[in-house]
Design a protein around this ligand. Structure first.
Ligand code: FAD
Length: 390
């Protein structure tokens, strides 16, 4: 029963609310900023549809045809501007572009209007694609999206859905049968962050810069893809840039892993076979050229026949090279590994209610400004030497 799914297991996909014919399921946001279903038993008709849909109670695949091991490709988009504006090598943009040209709908995650949250959104045009592209490293609100996707599928429209592996599994559970017009993309997922913490990060920057935010760009490449840059532009013209050494958001996520949803610790979508037709990622672990280090390289895991069709339809946009499963795994352990929660997570969530987000991150990491400045100088020196050797 979905009412018995524990808070540690619920992935927050919101498919149970979408399937409920009695509208008996709403969501509560907990003190960490994650949402959980709440059932109103007074109006619940006990139809059991939420149980059948829940990806925690049953792991849903499109069909039995998912490859036991994926085909692996190193991919990047030929257009440098598109690549610069994407998170990895713009695999997603190329796939979505081909899909739009073929008359399909794309479904993915966009920032809310205030840039402090994100939700799933459907589009049939390039304005929509510009909003859907770029990765938002915190949980996207998918309420209502499964119903909308199913309506499109029933109207024989082609749909390309992109989301976390658990959201893709939830969609398969929701639609309940094989649709030849449904294509899916997921990604290698370290774990999904708290939307509340992202909001706190942005609000702190707004306060410091005395202006509202105008644009957020996570994994911004102005100083290189491997720098894991965070760029935030403000309405008064100011610009914030931090990287994997100086930015508290990246440090809280990548290094401390301190505000990831509890369910990610038991993620059942690791390893193979994967859920979606194609899985995307950063192709970490390769020896990059200077150009690749600046603009990014994608990992493409083709998991089904449909995935092969998606990639083939977009090949003109890409530089593609076949690689092995071993290449993929060696630089990207999160293909297999589940995230472990930081043992100071509780303290972190208690403190961010009373202290600035960045102060809490640096104090838990034990990194003061002098240490970070030294690390930054050392890192720049190493990069300089590497470029000279190259
Ligand atoms: C939380 C998270 C953790 C990740 N962890 C890893 C990792 O450990 N290793 C790795 O190699 N790659 C990881 N990725 C994937 C990687 O960061 C890129 O998203 C991926 O390579 C696609 O890049 P791109 O340039 O092709 O497309 P982009 O232009 O970045 O397109 C992103 C696509 O992802 C979807 N998307 C963006 N944010 C979200 C979100 N919050 N929820 C659901 N869907 C979203 C968008 O709808 C869009 O379709 C992670 C992504 C996320 C969101």
């Amino acid at each position: 029963m979905i009412s018995e799914v524990s808070k540690k297991d619920c992935v927050g996909c919101k498919a149970c609310g979408d399937i409920c014919p009695a509208n008996a399921i709403t969501y509560e946001i907990d003190e960490e900023g994650f949402w959980f279903p709440k059932i109103n038993f007074d109006i619940c008709v006990k139809c059991g549809l939420c149980d059948k849909t829940c990806p925690v109670l049953g792991c849903h695949y499109a069909s039995q045809e998912n490859y036991k091991e994926p085909e692996v490709y190193k991919v990047y988009h030929k257009d440098k501007n598109i690549r610069y504006n994407s998170t990895s090598g713009a695999l997603y943009y190329g796939l979505a572009d081909a899909f739009l040209k073929d008359g399909g709908y794309i479904v993915g995650c966009v920032y809310n209007d205030d840039w402090k949250g994100a939700h799933h959104y459907i589009s049939k045009n390039y304005d929509g694609l510009k909003r859907i592209m770029r990765t938002k490293y915190f949980q996207s609100d998918t309420e209502g999206i499964y119903r909308q996707v199913k309506r499109l599928l029933e109207d024989s429209e082609k749909v390309l859905f992109c989301g976390t592996p658990c959201q893709v599994s939830a969609l398969y559970g929701f639609v309940g049968k094989e649709y030849s017009n449904l294509y899916t993309v997921d990604f290698i997922c370290l774990g999904i962050n708290s939307p509340l913490v992202f909001r706190k990060f942005i609000e702190e920057l707004e306060k410091r810069n005395k202006a509202e935010v105008q644009e957020v760009h996570l994994k911004n490449k102005s100083k290189g893809w491997t720098n894991l840059g965070t760029m935030v532009k403000f309405k008064n013209g100011k610009v914030y840039y931090g990287n994997r050494i100086t930015d508290p958001w990246v440090n809280a996520y990548v290094s401390l892993r301190i505000h990831i949803r509890h369910s990610c610790e038991n993620c059942r979508y690791k390893s193979f076979p994967r859920i979606a037709d194609i899985s995307m990622g950063d192709f970490w672990g390769l020896r990059f050229t200077a150009e690749e280090e600046k603009y990014g390289v994608s990992l493409a895991l083709v998991n089904t026949l449909k995935g092969g069709i998606l990639l083939k339809n977009a090949t003109d946009s890409f530089v593609i090279e076949k690689r092995t499963v071993r290449d993929a795994i060696s630089g990207n352990p999160m293909i297999h590994d589940r995230v472990k929660q930081n043992h100071r997570r509780e303290e972190f969530f208690e403190r961010i209610n009373n202290e600035p987000f960045s102060k809490v991150v640096w104090s838990i990491k034990g990194s003061d400004k002098i240490k970070r400045t030294c690390a930054l100088i050392w890192d720049s020196l190493k990069r300089f030497i590497k470029n000279v050797v190259r």
